[in-house]
Write a protein of this length. Structure first.
Length: 167
């Protein structure tokens, strides 16, 4: 049994989902596929993304680290990430650290700031602040980019499209 197979079974049990069919309904997959996923078949990338999205867990951790009762909190994605990032931008103007699971939300925040920057309604002070925010976001994102590419390569190796065991 592969790590991903174990983690799917562990997630179902940790979320107190009694049956494979109930789990399948939640993620939109037939029950017989859930049985395969828990034992010997690695799900397709879109199924893994759905699992991560539905259960608000970090996909990178889910495919690289064993999920247990003791580390389940570490796998959860916080709902107030945008608020935390805004707060960090207000506190620090140059560099700050982010968690790997914040990268997607980070990218969204960056895009939203760029859209605001394009607005003609901004005065020079607001425009300068937005430029400072974008610079801080870019610097922090740049620090994590190498880790992101390593994670992406690892993900590609694990769930590569040439795996004949995929349903």
């Amino acid at each position: 049994m592969d790590l991903i197979n174990k983690n799917i079974r562990s997630l179902r049990k940790l979320k107190n989902i009694k049956s494979q069919s109930e789990f399948g309904e939640i993620i939109g997959v037939p029950t017989h596929n859930i049985n395969k996923y828990e034992h010997n078949v690695i799900p397709k990338p879109e199924v893994l993304r759905t699992i991560a999205s539905e259960f608000k867990i970090n996909l990178h951790l889910f495919i690289t680290k064993e999920l247990t009762e003791h580390n389940f909190e570490e796998f959860k994605i916080e709902f107030n990430t945008e608020v935390k990032l805004e707060s960090l931008l207000n506190e620090v103007s140059t560099e700050y650290q982010i968690k790997r699971n914040d990268l997607d939300r980070f990218t969204t925040l960056f895009g939203d700031k760029l859209k605001r920057l394009e607005s003609d309604e901004l005065n020079d002070i607001d425009r300068a602040k937005l430029f400072g925010d974008l610079r801080a976001i870019f610097l922090a994102f740049n620090k994590k980019l190498t880790e992101f590419y390593i994670m992406q390569d690892h993900l590609s190796e694990i769930i590569g499209g040439d795996n004949p065991s995929q349903p």
